[in-house]
Every structure is written in C-alpha cells, then in structure tokens.
Design a protein around this ligand. Structure first.
Ligand code: SAM
Ligand code: SF4
Length: 472
C-alpha cells in the first residue's frame, strides 16, 4: 500500500504564519516598495511546475518578480541534475553572483531542486560558495516560508535537504507563467531506476496525487481560460499504482476529458513498459486528448536496453507503436534517446538508427550519455571516446532531420486547427496536436486563440502556413 503522506493542515498553517512574518519583515525594511525575487528554472516541466508553486508562495510573502538578478532581493535557482552540463551551468551562474552579494549583503541567494538534493553538491556549496544563504531539497519545497524566515533571522546559512520522501503538499498557491497553457502535476518521483538516471535518487519514490484534487485543479484551470493542460509525471502510465483510490491513468484521462470546455489535454512522460492498449483506446475515444505520444525509447539495442534496466525490448517497443497506430490511426510519436551509453558499440548504435527509421518520429530529444554520481551506469566500463560519441550523435540528428523533413512535407496542403502560442519576429507561432510548430503571418491578438491554418511549406523542424480563420 502507498506510503504517501499528504502534509497536514497544521503543517501548512504554520507555513502561513511564517509567510505573514516574512511579509512583515520586508515591509518594515522596505516600506516604500515590494521586495523583488528572481527565480530561474533549469530542466524539465516538473521543475517549471515547482517554480510556479515557489512563486505562488513568494507572492503570498509580498514579493514582486524580476528577470534581472541585479535588482532582486532574493535570487533562487531551481536546479536540474539530469546531465552534467545542466549542473555546470548552475555552478557557473551561481559563481557569477558572488560580487552582487559582496556589494549588497542583504541579498538572499538560494538554490533548490534536484541538483542540491545530492550530498556531493550540497557539500560543494557549503565549502566553496559561502555566499549562498539557502539550500533546500525536493521534498521540502512547501516549507520555503519557514526556511526563508530562518535566513532572514540572521542565524547563519540554512541547508534543509531531508531524504524523507513520499510527501505530497496540496494547497500551495500557484503563480502560473503561461496564461493559456498550464502544467498540472499528477504524480511525483520514480520507481524505475534506469541505470543512467538520477531522478529516483533526487525525487524519491513514485506517489500519485488524489484524482479528485487533480480534476478540481483541471476544472479551475479551464474556468481560468486555460486552453492546454499538460499532465506531468515521470511515468504517467503508472499513475495510481499502489494507491487505494483505484483510478488508473486512462480513467484519470477520461475524467479530465469530461470537464466542460474547449481545451487540449497533453501528458508526459510515458514509459513503454507501462503503456497499454487501454491507454490507446482512451486516447482514441477522448476528443480533448492530443493525438501525440511522447514515448522515450532510449536505445534501439536489446543489449543496451537491458544494461539500462528499461524493462522492454526493441521488438516490444515497435509492437507498441504499431498497436497504438492501429487504435489511433493519426497518432504522432516523439521520443528521447541516449547515445554513448557505457559499452554501446557501433552495432548497438546502428540498431538505434534502425529503430528511428522504422518508427518515423516527428521529433526526437537526443542526449549524449552523461555519467551521474551514485547511479549504476557511472561505474560501467565506457571505452568509446567522446569524439566518437559526438560523431554518432551528429549522424543520428542528421537522420532524424531527414525523417522529420519528410513527415512535415507530407503535411503541406492540410488545413488544421491549432493553438496560437506566441508571436516572434513578426510571425505567429502555433502548435499542431503532434507538437510541431507552424509559423504564419498574423496579428499578435491571435495569441491564445484557436485558429485554422493551411500548411504551405515545411522545413525539418518547422512548418509555414497561412492563417485561415481565428476563433473567438
Ligand atoms: N521519466 C522520463 C522517461 O523515463 O522517459 C524521462 C525523465 S529524464 C528527466 C528525461 C530524459 O533525459 C530521459 O528520457 C533520458 O533520455 C535523458 N537522460 C536521463 N539521464 C541521462 C543521463 N545520465 N545522460 C544522458 N541523458 C539522460
Ligand atoms: Fe529516470 Fe527511468 Fe525514472 Fe525516467 S523512468 S525518470 S529515465 S529512472
């Protein structure tokens, strides 16, 4: 049975008291203005969703927001640990704040998120970044008011990174970034322990939110005018597993699909070992669910998939794709793939290229293997030199470009309903259900509306089109 612990009303009430005291602290220091927070988010959509809660709590403490670190009273980096490159960027950007802190000692500098949940990172921050005041892990985001208050009390640096997992904090205020698009977390953590991945170590065990709360949140988003809701989890296909409410992911999708209103439902990420025909049937029957499936395969070689502990074979993956296409004929696939996993040979890599050819993904998120501390793959024998891995990576991205260009060229001439997302450089950018961007001329007032576009041209990643009509 589930070990999930929802934080109690008393716990949350005590955070509200800290919220009020932080508000008063800043009001007494800066009677003429609101304090400003600069919150930077690295990594995946889950971090974006966490940052929206962090900003919600900060707004309740009286903070306004700025993109400029130089004018902020609080700088908070919400970090990612998935690849080394992301960590290096954070260390570089934090290092650059040293002079700012020297000039303005009242500035509070904080780090949170996956990276700081790792002991060796916390140790490095303790020893080499003495100007960082606040470090808190992934299981205590809801305690930000209390932790910030402790920093403001001036009793030294605050490091709070308990290993406790299984916590779900409900009722945190949310300050959403995207007006008509929203991320809605449905679960946290991961139980899969793919051998390359740090997520299960820094995010804890898988736990699912209560379906009633999710549906309630979705209803509120729709009532607020949100037109696209992306349901988030590391493995949404195992939503509800081990919980007593008995609602699985297809059932949850059906409930959200039944909410009145004109909106699109997306979800990510799906794990192939848990994707079922029942899910494809649900997608086929739920008109609001986008006919797009992000289904990471990671490698096309059975030997490498076994070493990765992925729990499926390339044949099973391909059969899943075929089955999904039988049930949802126009479904589009995107995926994640890792090149250069320890011990991967040219033969293994060619299996990956072959799988890419067979499936015909609309787009691919491609990564070079990055060893992560404490994961089994960190210590696996890795004889292939970095230059060779880079060459494979290039080869793979070129192949995908060709495939994407062909797929996109096949869409020319179609008329499609899209959500206009932004205007940039004098063009509107809208997204097709299969997660492809189409660029058209048009008035910026169309942003946030559904529109009909005619697709007139294609390059490898992007379509061009003509705006036919805009819906109110
Ligand atoms: N839970 C999702 C899944 O299983 O597909 C993905 C989570 S992970 C944050 C996103 C992607 O990062 C993974 O699909 C994988 O391709 C990539 N990734 C994770 N660990 C990596 C590593 N150590 N090196 C390179 N890429 C990695
Ligand atoms: Fe990482 Fe695998 Fe879990 Fe995805 S399923 S978060 S890749 S361990």
């Amino acid at each position: 049975m589930s070990k999930t612990r929802i934080i109690s009303t008393e716990e949350w009430e005590s955070q509200k008291i800290c919220t009020k005291r932080v508000h008063e602290w800043y009001a007494s220091r800066f009677p003429d203005r609101s304090p400003l927070a600069c919150v930077r988010t690295y990594g995946c959509q889950q971090n974006v969703a966490d940052s929206e809660r962090i900003k919600g709590m900060l707004a309740a403490m009286g903070f306004g927001f700025t993109e400029e670190a130089a004018e902020a009273d609080l700088i908070l980096f919400n970090t990612c640990a998935v690849r080394e490159h992301a960590e290096d960027r954070v260390f570089g950007n934090v290092g650059a704040l040293k002079n700012l802190k020297r000039r303005r000692p009242s500035l509070v500098i904080g780090l949170c998120g996956c990276m700081v949940q790792q002991e060796h990172v916390a140790e490095k921050l303790r020893k080499s970044y003495p100007f960082v005041d606040l470090v808190f892990g992934t299981h205590v985001v809801h305690r930000l008011p209390e932790l910030l208050e402790r920093v403001l009390q001036g009793n030294g640096r605050v490091f709070e990174r308990p290993e406790e997992d299984g916590v779900i904090a409900e009722g945190i205020p949310v300050r959403r970034d995207g007006g008509f698009k929203a991320f809605l977390p449905i679960m946290y953590g991961c139980n899969n322990f793919c051998t390359y991945c740090v997520v299960p170590y820094v995010r804890g065990r898988e736990r699912s939110r209560d379906p009633e709360r999710i549906v309630y949140d979705a209803r509120r988003l729709v009532a607020d005018g949100v037109k696209e809701i992306t349901l988030l989890g590391q493995n949404v296909n195992s939503y509800g597993r081990g919980e007593s409410h008995g609602v699985d992911f297809p059932a949850l999708l059906r409930r959200i699909n039944a909410i009145d209103g004109d909106f699109i439902i997306r979800f990510m990420t799906s794990h192939p070992k848990d994707a079922t025909p029942a899910l494809f049937e649900t997608i086929a029957q739920c008109g609001k669910v986008s006919r797009h499936f992000h289904l990471p395969f990671q490698s096309g070689s059975n030997r490498v998939l076994r070493l990765m502990n992925r729990g499926y074979t390339r044949e099973q993956y391909l059969e899943l794709i075929a089955e999904a296409r039988r049930i949802v004929p126009n479904i589009a696939f995107t995926s994640d793939v890792i090149v250069g996993f320890p011990g991967e040979t040219r033969e293994d890599f060619e299996q990956t290229l072959d799988l890419i050819r067979q499936v015909g993904f609309v787009s691919l998120y491609t990564f070079i293997f990055s060893p992560r501390k404490g994961t089994p793959a960190e210590t696996m024998d890795d004889p292939v030199p970095a230059e060779e891995k880079s060459a494979w990576f290039q080869e793979m991205t070129s192949l995908q470009e060709e495939i994407a260009a062909q797929r996109l060229a096949g869409m020319v001439g179609q008329r499609r309903r899209v959500l206009v997302e932004s205007d940039a450089d004098g063009y509107l950018e809208a997204r097709l259900p299969e997660n492809v961007i189409v660029r058209t001329e048009g008035d910026p007032s169309a942003v946030g509306h559904y529109a009909i576009v005619e697709i007139t041209g294609a390059r490898s990643w992007i379509l061009s089109g003509r705006l036919v009509s805009i819906e109110e």
